[in-house]
Design a protein around this ligand. Structure first.
Ligand code: NDP
Ligand code: OXD
Length: 312
């Protein structure tokens, strides 16, 4: 029987996804009617969604077996009171690869002090200060999920001593894993470079406040590709101005695009990247969507199900 899939991720991305989704459904042996419109919501079996779509009323889709989100982050959907269907988020190898490359690149920039050479070409030969080796630079990753654990392991492979913090107890080869409030204090105290890869939930909002920033070593660097709300912006600006935090590389913000008058733009110790750390690529995302529909139709458990109560 034909499976009706409504592409509700927004008209802007329809052109990008139509072909890859068709290919992925064919590869998975699925007979799918895919449409960017849902004339009869009660006939929709699966709904593909992205938070860029904005406000959405899921209630008419009473027979929809799952909402398949194209983003990893779900904070804008889990709070939607009309969503009663199972929600799956995006996890895939290209998203992970992108994030690993972003994190490793920005960690190495700060570790090697690259800015001094990129911006300091003043004809003076200074070769007395060498950067320490990776094994002498402690990195902490907050969030040991799909992205944080992969980034942490890539850094470990380069010899950085990595501490990873999560909500629940974990054991990941090569990393020192910590959890709980006590674990957070331990993780922050050894964060010469801190990478934040937590989801936005009520528990992680403003996690990095003045008190917690003060636990970090003096001169530490923060790299935040997680969510803007993880950081208390005023506290971070104060810590940068005081020199306690030497630099912040920020990819995500409370308001996106970051408003032109936001103090981060002009701050000499802030690097802004415009939410490009890891993008969902249509080809690999389509295969995850197809696999979940195949599973749904076969009565198998869905991949990457979101726990609504937990918020991620
Ligand atoms: P996962 O759900 O796989 O991992 C989340 C991790 O955070 C888990 O280890 C979880 O702990 C931990 N966590 C959640 N809440 C808490 C808490 N209260 N205290 C301690 N640890 C907590 O997510 P992903 O790794 O796939 O993605 C992480 C985030 O990255 C996304 O939610 C999104 O915000 C962001 N992102 C940003 C992108 C960008 O381009 N900038 C692209 C993609 C994602 P536990 O393991 O114990 O459950
Ligand atoms: C995501 C993101 O959550 O791009 O996928 O931030």
């Amino acid at each position: 029987m034909t499976i009706n899939v409504f592409f509700a991720a927004g008209s802007d991305s329809w052109a990008e996804y139509q072909g890859p989704l068709g290919d992925a459904f064919a590869e998975a042996g699925l007979d799918v009617a895919l449409s960017p419109e849902a004339p009869d919501p009660t006939r929709v079996d699966y709904l593909i969604y992205a938070p860029t779509r904005g406000e959405f009323d899921f209630s008419p889709y009473q027979n929809c077996k799952a909402v398949l989100n194209l983003w990893a982050g779900v904070e804008r959907i889990v709070t939607n009171p009309t969503l009663t269907q199972p929600l799956c988020r995006m996890v895939n190898h290209e998203l992970t690869e992108g994030m690993v490359e972003y994190v490793v690149g920005h960690v190495l920039r700060h570790h090697l002090g690259m800015d001094a050479h990129i911006h300091g070409q003043d004809s003076i030969w200074r070769n007395t200060v060498l950067p320490p080796l990776a094994r002498q630079r402690r990195v902490t990753v907050l969030g040991m999920g799909a992205l944080g654990s992969a980034a942490g392991q890539a850094l470990t492979a380069l010899n950085f001593p990595v501490t990873g913090w999560s909500r629940t107890e974990k054991s990941i080869p090569g990393l020192r894993c910590v959890w709980s409030d006590e674990g957070l204090s331990v993780a922050l105290a050894c964060a010469d470079i801190l990478v934040t890869l937590l989801p936005r939930t009520p528990d992680t909002d403003n996690l990095l406040n003045a008190e917690r920033l003060a636990l970090m070593p003096s001169g530490a660097v923060i790299i935040n590709p997680g969510r803007g709300q993880l950081i208390d912006d005023d506290a971070l600006l104060a810590a940068l101005d005081a020199g306690h935090i030497s630099h912040a590389t920020l990819d995500v913000f409370r308001v996106e695009p970051l408003p032109p008058d936001h103090p981060y733009w002009a701050h000499p110790k802030v690097t802004i990247t415009p939410h490009i750390a890891a993008d969902t690529r249509a080809g690999s995302a389509a295969r995850v969507v197809a696999e979940n529909i195949r599973r749904g139709e076969a009565g198998e458990s869905l991949l990457h199900l979101v726990d609504r109560a937990r918020g991620y």
